[in-house]
Ligand binder design. Structure first.
Ligand code: HEM
Length: 180
């Protein structure tokens, strides 16, 4: 057995429930902390620009992935390509989401407003779904190009649907809130 094969050097997989609980706790901390984040009118335009740039980065990457997924379902792309794209877009999606949370907190969101609550729930859904979608992706990779079962296919479609619904909801709520 080589050094790299030793159990201590193997990449340990964190159970989904543990990651999910961590993300839920981080979201709870965000909701509690947001009203106390110090902001100023000087910083607002910068925060808004960064927020919008992060929408472009994160949502743009999500749309790219879902476009490849749709093409795969229509038989115009193979699964290997879709899985490769999914791997590549992970970083912009999670970086975009992280920057959205930080810049959003600097925009003085009113957490007592129902629209803001809807938006924060959409962000939670996108986050937890993103973690679950990663697991679905791993199972697709493990197929090595073979045809996925109906169950796995259903899981992939559900993950893409929840992702689209969450990102569009957050975008729409952000837009509506900015008009008030
Ligand atoms: C998927 C995540 C998110 C997306 C896609 C998103 C999208 C947007 C969009 C499109 C706007 C409109 C900007 C404009 O038209 O000027 C906006 C504004 C805003 N967002 Fe987000 N956002 C997200 C996450 C968050 C989070 C996590 C927070 C809070 C922690 C937040 C707080 C705000 C606030 C306070 C505004 C400004 C509303 C106003 O001008 O009164 N956003 N967002």
């Amino acid at each position: 057995m080589s050094v790299l094969d030793a159990p201590s050097r193997r990449r340990r997989k964190v159970p989904a429930a543990v990651t999910g609980a961590g993300l839920l706790a981080a979201w709870g901390a965000l909701v509690v902390a947001v009203p106390h984040v110090p902001t100023s009118t000087d910083i607002r335009p910068v925060a808004l620009f960064v927020h919008l740039a992060a929408v472009v980065l994160g949502f743009g990457a999500v749309l790219t992935l879902d476009w490849f997924g749709l093409r795969w379902m229509l038989g115009r792309e193979d699964l290997t390509t879709v899985v490769s794209v999914a791997r590549v877009v992970q970083t912009p999606i999670w970086v975009g989401l992280g920057v959205l949370v930080v810049s959003g907190a600097l925009l003085s969101p009113d957490t007592s407003a129902p629209l803001t609550v809807v938006k924060l729930l959409a962000v939670l859904a996108v986050t937890l779904n993103g973690q679950w979608a990663g697991r679905v992706q791993e199972r697709l990779v493990a197929l090595g190009g073979a045809r996925p079962s109906r169950r796995l296919l259903g899981a992939a479609v559900l993950a893409a649907t929840v992702s689209q619904a969450g990102w569009w909801t957050a975008t729409l709520v952000g837009f509506v809130s900015a008009q008030r």
